[in-house]
Design a protein. Structure first.
Length: 359
């Protein structure tokens, strides 16, 4: 074979190989992105998109919809990159871990309420399990590659305290309060662990008196709140309302003077009687702690723990962002939907987006 013929054969082979690769890398119209060969399809993006729109309760404009879909794709890309790393390191969630989390997720709801939530978000039970497997796997990866590398020293805590003294200067006494709330009506968003809900005034009164009796008998206030309180915001945290300034409690214009008086009468660790407010709700209050005015010392364990938690959260956010940036840099990402949006200069077409170069 002469050189010219040999060169022609080589060129033909290279062109054929390039054309074959090009065909493989040009997906069908329903593929909106690809991560290391893994396809992210239009159907998956649309499912999350419809769920978010349902939650927001307002239909977005074409431009807003396209931007939201771009953000969803970006999140799905990041998740796939991290999930691949978790699998490589043997950190993928087990079936048992997924089922435990699934049971925990369902526990505050009736079966009907849980199914409705899934439907509103456009998800099936299998979808939810898949999401949980991904979330657990990624968290295991982050715990190993990010969280485990964070160290907060006494020097770090001291430096933060000295640089932020004003944050620890309490200008007035504060009260840390927890509550158990019982309402005399059916609540659609019960979040207690027993799914227990009083629906009449008689039931609410009886329930609150029974709970107070249990607490007086030695039951843990936080556990009782998690099991039976009908406050959807605070039941999961044991009824903890956080710190309340004394001026708020003594405000003559407060909507619940009965509760304010009950708190001011308590000593730290004390539990109130059942308090019925003007809206017909029943409350049991606990004063967890009282803090006087003045500069809080660095020797205060609560101060040190607050600083440690703040520093740890900040460093975790920083390291997590850096870890994801490096992982994404090492991945092969193709965002066909983004290319389509660029091609039409933001005039988002109503028909499904097609990848660049496909007609």
């Amino acid at each position: 074979m002469n050189r010219r013929l040999f060169a022609s054969v080589v060129l033909a082979v290279l062109v054929a190989a390039w054309a074959s690769c090009h065909r493989q890398e040009t997906p069908s119209a329903d593929v909106w992105a690809r991560v290391n060969g893994h396809e992210i399809k239009r159907e998956e993006v649309e499912k999350y998109f419809r769920g978010l729109v349902t939650q927001q309760g307002q239909e977005p404009s074409a431009e807003e919809a396209a931007l939201l879909k771009l953000n969803i794709i970006d999140e799905l890309v990041n998740n796939e990159i991290l999930l691949e790393r978790a699998r490589t390191l043997g950190l993928e969630a087990s079936d048992g871990e997924v089922e435990d989390k699934f049971t925990e997720l369902k526990s505050p709801y009736t079966e009907e309420e849980f199914q409705k939530q899934l439907k509103d978000r456009g998800l099936t039970v299998d979808d939810q399990r898949r999401v949980l497997r991904q979330q657990i796997s990624i968290q295991k990866l982050i715990n190993r590659e990010v969280v485990s590398k964070i160290t907060i020293t006494d020097q770090d805590i001291g430096d933060y305290y000295n640089a932020n003294l004003s944050q620890f200067n309490v200008v007035e006494p504060q009260y840390r309060v927890a509550q158990i709330l019982i309402t005399p009506r059916k609540d659609r968003q019960i979040r207690n662990r027993k799914n227990d809900d009083a629906t009449t005034d008689a039931q609410a009164q009886k329930k609150s008196e029974a709970l107070l009796k249990a607490i007086d008998g030695g039951a843990d206030f936080a556990q009782v709140a998690m099991d039976y309180s009908e406050d959807p915001a605070n039941a999961p945290t044991g009824g903890d309302l956080g710190w309340i300034p004394e001026s708020n409690l003594r405000d003559p214009k407060t909507d619940t003077p009965e509760l304010s008086r009950a708190v001011l009468e308590l000593r730290p660790g004390g539990v109130s009687r059942v308090v019925k407010t003007r809206d017909g709700n029943y409350h049991i209050l606990k004063l967890i702690a009282r803090e006087g005015a003045g500069q809080r010392s660095l020797a205060d364990p609560q101060v040190r723990e607050a600083i440690r938690g703040n520093l740890r959260n900040r460093r975790e956010q920083l390291l997590r962002a850096a870890f994801l940036a490096v992982a994404r840099e090492e991945a092969r990402v193709e965002n066909y939907y983004a290319r389509q949006v660029l091609e039409v200069a933001g005039r988002v077409p109503a028909e499904p987006a097609k990848p660049a170069g496909q007609k």
